[in-house]
Design a binder for this molecule. Sequence first.
Ligand code: HEC
Ligand code: HEC
Ligand code: HEC
Ligand code: HEC
Length: 268
Amino acid sequence: MRHLVRMVATLGVILGLTSLFGAVAQAQTPGLIAGSPHDLSGLTTATDEVCVFCHTPHQAQSQSAIEAPLWNKGIPNAATFTTYDSTTIDGTILTLGSVSIACLSCHDGSQAMDVVINAPGSRGVVPTVGAELDALAIGAIGTITGTAGDLGTDLTNDHPIGVQYGGFDPGTGQIDPDFAGGANLQTANINGQDVWWLNTTGGPATRDKNDVILYTRLNGATPEPFVECGSCHDPHQGAGVGTGAGTAVNFMRIANTSSDLCLTCHVK
Ligand code: HEC
Ligand code: HEC
Ligand code: HEC
Ligand code: HEC
């Protein structure tokens, strides 16, 4: 009996400690970006804002220049990039575009990562190209020692982006059998635009951040699903999936445990 009491007491302490640590962890990371590699606010005293390095509510980059929402940065010239191609690819490859160019406004290593169009506070707008918030403290991504994040402009050694999903046939909605389709491939018409995603989370087939998102691009005149950086990554989920067992990389849509991410698309 006494043994049981002690066990229960020990369990109580363990549970108490667990919830205490849980509470502490939450206090330190109130969002999914704060404290993650995409939280640049810790590198400078110029601002404590987290979103400003990528978004601004006003005076953002024009939507005709970039599809990324309310984008607060100068963007590299898409024509300077070369993406992966091979003799066994059967999907159409378009020039770099869509949301991928937003990632590359830091990950190509060409400009300082604190370049913003609309600096925090009154005034401070430098249209289109932007200006640095703290030139002394924050440089281009290549200045971070040992980073694998400096992809450069030669993307031929990276997974294809700007590539049509599974040789999609717009007439039938069919895709090649070596890619996931059927009930896994969801589609909807939202505000007059056709969108596609791969349902990874089960449950109701609504599109959410842990689904693998396909990006709608015009192939000729036809809107079709394409793979971009944001298909596999969600730039906001720094403290979310991907930090657990099986992978130590942040910003994944789903963890790549047992190659689950790859197998969401590839039937292999
Ligand atoms: C490192 C750059 C970066 C930071 C920092 C960042 N975002 Fe984003 N955000 C993006 C990109 C890129 C997209 C487009 C992603 C896509 O299309 O899937 C996006 C999309 C969004 C969207 C629309 C799509 C979605 O996923 O919901 C919202 C809303 C958003 N961001 C809000 C925020 C807020 C609020 C913050 C600060 C707490 C923030 N973002 C910080 C890069 C960033
Ligand atoms: C404002 C600049 C900026 C933008 C824009 C940006 N990133 Fe990053 N990203 C960084 C920095 C800084 C790091 C940390 C690099 C390091 O420490 O090696 C990083 C790291 C990462 C990592 C590795 C995380 C890890 O745990 O090692 C991934 C994955 C990533 N970014 C994906 C993206 C994607 C996808 C986009 C676009 C949707 C994007 N990033 C946009 C600055 C940016
Ligand atoms: C088809 C899926 C896919 C696409 C598309 C993709 N990535 Fe990744 N990325 C991954 C996976 C999986 C990892 C984790 C690799 C690992 O565990 O080393 C990763 C890792 C990274 C890292 C961290 C590298 C490291 O080893 O530390 C960065 C930075 C990154 N991706 C940026 C990008 C950017 C920018 C794009 C678009 C130009 C992109 N990714 C497109 C799947 C993808
Ligand atoms: C969002 C869907 C998606 C995800 C997730 C994905 N891929 Fe792909 N992958 C594609 C598409 C589409 C192509 C282009 C294939 C084609 O058109 O023949 C491709 C191409 C490739 C190729 C080149 C094939 C060739 O013929 O040259 C390899 C290898 C590959 N992927 C491996 C991976 C691995 C490994 C992962 C996981 C880290 C992964 N992919 C995740 C969609 C995806």
